[in-house]
Design a protein around this ligand. Structure first.
Ligand SMILES: Nc1ncnc2c1ncn2[C@@H]1O[C@H](COP(=O)(O)OP(=O)(O)OP(=O)(O)O)[C@@H](O)[C@H]1O
Ligand SMILES: [Mg+2]
Length: 492
């Protein structure tokens, strides 16, 4: 089979099955040298599986992979790296207890002239992408974007010709994302090709030259980004046209349900607000402004210096998440891997676990209602899984997240707090989550929502509060006030 010097990577008819799932079905694509190549598709479409085959984490069942003119049979992650293909996972692959310099040149200290040479080389690599991180900092002390810079420097240290970024932006602030964009352009100018996977379609249009759309393990289409519209991309991803990305806004706001008074922590200053029955309240602010701190304090997950919480006018003492739950509150946390899911447990167990208290029959677990709960959420959120008994660890990233959302939907909390509820979730499933949010408020519940995607907050909320530097600095009606006005306030 001939290879083409124009391409850094050619994938031909690659197939891969897992028990009960055909993850890749005859996938073919060709990545030209020095382009940014986007891959989009619904949760479970097979994007990460393909990347893991390329980087030697999984082996393909059949098909051909040609990298830099060479047919690659079976490879290992270290061989792939040495050949010039690196992958940056969403969960970084760094050693937190080692320095930046040591991480960048891990296992290659001697060939770089010992520790001094290692730090010198690492600094050159960081300089080359305009990063000012000290090579002697501990990786565990870095922010997500700094870790990403370390990963990119590491990729460059192997002289990578292709760098795969699988959802690189999900933990970045807007500012950091801008920086990543600049680096992507620099890498492209140097002739490095990049595969960029994201559910944030704006980024795909901004960065990518070519886009491949996948669905159910198949390549549906490959086009120049400039020849593709957003609506067309979405239609090809989900297999049908979607009229609107948001359902009509719910209007069920009633009496006060939850009041927070005098909330102070080391970071938050005199936070006061009221959440009404039937209301979706958005918290808008920059990352680090204090939005997550507010909801964690409210939920009793973090200690406050002072807080008074009232539900239906009655004072309640919420000093830990157990009491929050007992008071009818639920939290979809930001970091679901760490705070939400139990990966070795099944989909069913993960969905039903919070609601278990509501359905024990005497001392025994009622298995049938556990199964019903899981089935209901698998259908409502279109969770892609071979069965309710499948372990969550084998689900795609976005489908894992749907399990957490499903768990809280089953709890029927009166106050549902959602921190980045649609992170990593595809466009179609986002819509399903929005519809469920509207159902919750229609039934008299209320929602507090945080999202780094401003259009999402503005389209779903009845009211938004702007959080800036630990203070609530503004209150807006997203049906009246413009996004610019609201963002201006958030920037401070
Ligand atoms: N190790 C595994 N064992 C079993 N099934 C798996 C494994 N890895 C992936 N799958 C299945 O393969 C399919 C494709 O998953 P993959 O992670 O490639 O999706 P994805 O396109 O990256 O989705 P997302 O946007 O949610 O990250 C899914 O149905 C998933 O459940
Ligand atoms: Mg994935």
């Amino acid at each position: 089979m001939g290879s083409n010097a124009e391409y850094i990577l050619e994938v031909k008819n690659v197939c891969k099955s897992f028990p009960g799932v055909k993850a890749l079905d005859n996938v073919s694509l060709s990545v030209p040298k020095g382009v940014v190549y986007g891959i989009v598709g619904e949760n479970g479409a097979g994007k990460s599986t393909l990347m893991k085959i390329l980087s030697g984490v999984y082996t393909k069942d059949s098909g051909t992979v040609i990298f830099d003119g060479e047919t690659i049979e079976n490879t290992t992650p270290i061989q792939a790296l040495r050949r010039g293909l690196s992958i940056i996972y969403q969960e970084f692959n760094l050693v937190n207890t080692m320095t930046v310099g040591e991480n960048i040149l891990l296992g290659r200290f001697r060939e770089n002239g010992g520790m001094r040479g290692t730090h010198k080389r690492a600094k050159e690599l960081l300089d080359s992408i305009g990063s000012k991180i000290s090579t002697t900092s501990m990786v565990g002390d870095l922010s997500a974007s700094e870790m990403q810079m370390v990963e990119i420097a590491k990729a460059l240290s192997f002289d990578s010709k292709l760098i795969i970024m699988d959802e690189p932006s999900s933990s970045l602030t807007a500012e950091e994302l801008k920086k990543l964009g600049i680096i992507i352009n620099q890498l492209r100018d140097r002739g490095v090709a990049i595969i960029y996977i994201s559910h944030k379609l704006d980024e795909i249009f901004e960065y990518c030259d070519i886009v491949t759309i996948m669905r159910d393990g198949c390549v549906i289409d490959t086009k120049k980004a400039s020849e593709l519209t957003r609506a067309e991309m979405i239609a090809k991803m989900v297999g049908r046209t979607i009229e609107n990305e948001y359902p009509p806004r719910a209007h069920f706001v009633g009496e006060p349900l939850l009041e927070v008074k005098n909330l102070n922590t080391h970071k938050l200053h005199d936070i006061n607000f009221t959440l009404h029955k039937g209301e979706i309240l958005g918290l808008v602010g920059l990352v680090g402004a204090g939005r997550t701190e507010i909801i964690r304090a409210l939920y009793g997950a973090d200690k406050s210096l002072s807080i008074e919480t009232y539900i239906d006018g009655q004072k309640v003492d919420i000093r830990d998440p157990g009491r929050a739950k007992a008071a009818g509150m639920g939290l979809v946390p930001e970091d679901r891997k760490r705070e939400g899911l139990i990966l070795p447990f099944s989909v069913q167990q993960n969905i039903s676990m919070a609601a278990l208290g509501n359905m024990t029959k005497g001392a025994f677990l009622d298995m049938s209602s556990e199964g019903e709960m899981a089935q209901r959420q698998i259908e409502a959120l279109k969770i892609k899984t071979p069965s309710a008994d499948t372990k969550v660890v084998s689900l795609s990233g976005g489908n894992q997240q749907k399990c957490i959302v499903g768990r809280w939907m089953e709890m029927h909390p009166r106050v549902l707090i959602m921190d980045e509820p649609t992170r990593g979730i595809d466009v179609g499933a986002k819509y399903e989550i929005y519809v469920l949010m509207n159902q919750i408020v229609e039934q008299g519940g209320a929602i507090i929502m945080i999202s780094s995607e401003l259009p999402e907050v503005l389209n779903m909320s009845n009211r938004v509060l702007v959080v800036c530097d630990g203070h609530i600095t503004g209150e807006f009606n997203p049906e009246v006030d413009s996004a610019e006005t609201i963002m201006d306030k958030a920037i401070g």
